[in-house]
Design a protein around this ligand. Structure first.
Ligand SMILES: [Zn+2]
Ligand SMILES: [Zn+2]
Length: 315
């Protein structure tokens, strides 16, 4: 176990706070879990008590169904509460609907866990909120100067110039909803169809008041009828759509290459790129940075001579 300041401990199971006896995004079942957002590497079923925002909980319910047996405490953004005597406040992380950064205050020190976050504009989730802190525990998914995410509208505009069907592979929670909305904004004449695994999450977004624009449930027959049609499918079934021979197959990711076989990559990310991360670090004023998820070595060398002290937690 590695200490994270004097408040938290880091292990392979995630972050644990001994003083408050709670875990943050734990990868194992535990009695009290603070969940930042509904993605599978952060939110699992089987905990005793879960603190999360309402949209996060609803997305978890949609994913885990009857496996989700935990008691739920709804957290509102910006409203402090206590867990085991530790003051905790959730702030929007701008990553997906309901995603939160978690601020903990202990002995006058402010610890901010970013969860996954992005600063880039996204009309399908609450916008990222800048939070001052002393210790920042941040994800480093794209923490390398080579990563600079383009404007997703430009990326989609270029794709839509192709005059045949498009099959877009995208993560079912967050990415698929963002793409649906962006397509509605920039190509309203093209019909967007959605695979059933994704449409359940679309409904959670719409129930929360998010406008995704028009979309239709997938039907193979209808999809093939019009070359202007676009289909969004989750990664788990993306490879099955090879049979749509004439359709252009693209995979939505922030990485330069797709893990899944495709004609090309649609560059769109729900994580901060290098410049955004550097700006967030400067704005929050943290003296210490702890890195999680991804590789923190570029960040460490960036601040070697001056700036905050960087510690890599996961090596
Ligand atoms: Zn995530
Ligand atoms: Zn993640």
């Amino acid at each position: 176990m590695k200490p994270v300041g004097t408040l938290l401990l880091y292990s392979a199971n995630g972050l644990y706070c001994p003083a408050g006896d709670f875990s943050i995004d734990p990868s194992r079942k535990c009695p009290v879990a603070l969940i930042s957002h509904a993605h599978g590497d952060h939110a699992l079923p089987g905990h005793g008590l879960v603190y999360a925002t309402r949209p996060t909980w609803n997305l978890m319910k949609s994913r885990f169904k009857e496996k989700l047996t935990a008691d739920f405490r709804e957290v509102e953004f910006g409203r402090p509460f206590f867990v085991g005597g530790i003051s905790v406040t959730y702030f929007p992380a701008g990553h997906i609907l309901g995603s939160a950064q978690i601020l903990m205050v202990h002995e006058g020190q402010r610890y901010l866990y970013t969860g996954d976050f992005k600063v880039q504009h996204d009309p399908t989730c609450e916008p990222y909120h800048s939070v001052p802190c002393d210790h920042l525990i941040t994800e480093t998914t794209f923490a390398h100067p080579d990563f600079s995410h383009p404007d997703p509208l430009d990326e989609l505009r270029e794709l839509c110039e192709y005059d045949h069907q498009l099959v877009i592979g995208a993560y079912a929670v967050g990415k698929a909803q963002r793409i649906t909305r962006l397509l509605h904004e920039m190509a309203p004449h093209r019909r967007v169809m959605v695979h059933p695994i994704i449409s359940d999450y679309h409904k959670v977004y719409e129930d929360a008041g998010v406008n995704l624009g028009d979309w239709w449930p997938y039907s193979r027959k209808e999809f093939l009828q019009d070359p202007a049609n676009i289909l969004i499918v989750p990664p788990s079934v993306f490879s099955r759509f090879d049979r749509h021979d004439r359709a252009l197959k693209v995979f939505a990711t922030g990485w330069k290459r797709s893990y899944y076989r495709c004609d090309r990559v649609l560059s769109i990310s729900d994580h901060a790129d290098w410049n955004d991360l550097i700006k967030v670090i400067a704005d929050c004023g943290a003296k210490t940075i702890f890195t999680l998820h991804g590789d923190g070595t570029s960040l460490k060398s960036h601040y070697q001579l001056e700036g905050p002290h960087v510690e890599l937690l996961h090596v």
